[in-house]
Ligand binder design. Structure first.
Ligand SMILES: Nc1ncnc2c1ncn2[C@@H]1O[C@H](COP(=O)(O)OP(=O)(O)O)[C@@H](O)[C@H]1O
Ligand SMILES: [Mg+2]
Length: 342
């Protein structure tokens, strides 16, 4: 694994084995996340963004299974001196075993789109934050409670001394998402996987939560894998971006390059699908020509060829493109920029 990376995912494959066939949800995905930086994961619904996040944390449930690939994580050693670290391949770990449990919440935390699927309705917010603190740190209950209150203050919760004793149903959507972030960050993870964390929120609350996440990242120095279908959110949050289509990464670049000089026809189509008004603020992906193909029937050749305005018959429907350099630190999976093996 590269020295500069916190997480390096190589050729990850997670498939769902259904009676009707195999859904190749994540089908050879590779990327790297640097410590303290944000990598955006962009793509339409169903292209494998969430399954990528779940695969890294080994949370994929049957009939899904990660069948190949690596996810190397550089871990700080608790008693290591001078920033000593070790590298673990998360894909090599038992998904139910103690190592991955320790890594979840300690090294990597995840926040999801819908806070209520994550918050336990029968425990107070404070208890749910304290649970993580007590699990990973050697502190008294009293100390964990004051750390929980401090965490709520950090995520901008009004009146944290009172909120710590509230139940999830007593909180608004924005407050719940702040609560989730407090739970996620209470163990100071080195990586936060944020899967559409603001998609369920109104525009004003979304802006506040994104500001909060950027601020916390600056304070705590964690890296973020930021998953979204929203180009405006990507522009605000990410430094580098990978664009996914049907289980593949089809383009990778820094965020400015991606917006100024997109190379893959899919990325170009995504950018053109934004209405011009509100381009900077909150732009969702409009429909691109055609539908995302049925993941049980992935097209031969380039997976995008049947929707592509630059389709080259006899090539794109036959040859599978590889990722090729199209500029400095910029690559795309498209036959316009190079034939496989050529
Ligand atoms: N539990 C499951 N069983 C079968 N197919 C699934 C399951 N979870 C996800 N998939 C399929 O995997 C593909 C990728 O899904 P997902 O990662 O959730 O997409 P995204 O997050 O990009 O919207 C989709 O085709 C989806 O239908
Ligand atoms: Mg998703």
């Amino acid at each position: 694994m590269s020295d500069q990376l916190l997480l390096e995912v190589q050729d990850l494959q997670t498939h769902f084995f259904l009676d009707r066939g195999i859904v190749r949800a994540v089908d050879g995905v590779s990327f790297g996340v640097e410590p303290g930086r944000t990598l955006g994961v962009l793509g339409e619904s169903g292209c494998g963004k969430s399954v990528t996040g779940y695969s890294i944390l080994r949370l994929v449930q049957k009939p899904g299974r990660t069948i190949a690939g690596h996810a190397y994580l550089r871990r700080r050693l608790a008693n290591g001196r001078g920033g000593a670290s070790e590298v673990v391949d998360l894909i090599g770990l038992d998904p139910q075993g103690p190592e991955i449990r320790r890594i979840r919440g300690h090294d990597i935390a995840m926040v999801f789109q819908e806070p209520m699927t994550f918050l336990n309705p029968v425990y107070t917010l404070g208890n749910q934050i304290m649970e993580g603190i007590l699990l990973h740190r050697d502190v008294s209950k009293q100390e964990a409670r004051s750390q929980a209150i401090e965490m709520l203050r950090l995520v901008g919760m009004p009146d944290p001394n009172a909120m710590v004793d509230r139940y999830p149903h007593q909180l608004s959507g924005g407050m719940r998402q702040r609560g989730i972030i407090a739970i996620a960050l209470s163990c100071h993870p080195s990586l936060l996987i944020a899967d559409e964390p603001t998609t369920a929120l109104d525009v004003t609350t979304e802006a506040q939560i994104l500001d909060l996440m950027r601020g916390l990242q600056a304070d705590l120095g964690m890296a973020i894998l930021f998953i979204t279908h929203n180009l405006g959110v990507i522009a605000e949050m990410a430094e580098r971006v990978i664009v996914m289509y049907l289980g593949n990464v089809v383009e990778e670049a820094d965020v400015r390059t991606l917006f100024r000089e997109p190379k893959h026809p899919y990325t170009k189509a995504l950018l053109q699908s934004i209405p011009k008004i509100g381009r900077k603020s909150r732009s969702r992906l409009n429909a691109i020509k055609g539908m995302v193909p049925d993941p049980l029937n992935i097209p031969a050749g380039c997976r995008f060829h049947d929707r592509c305005p630059q389709f080259m018959p006899g090539k794109c429907d036959v040859m599978e493109p590889e990722m090729v350099e199209v500029g400095p630190d910029h690559s795309a999976r498209c036959l316009l920029y190079g034939l496989p093996g050529g």
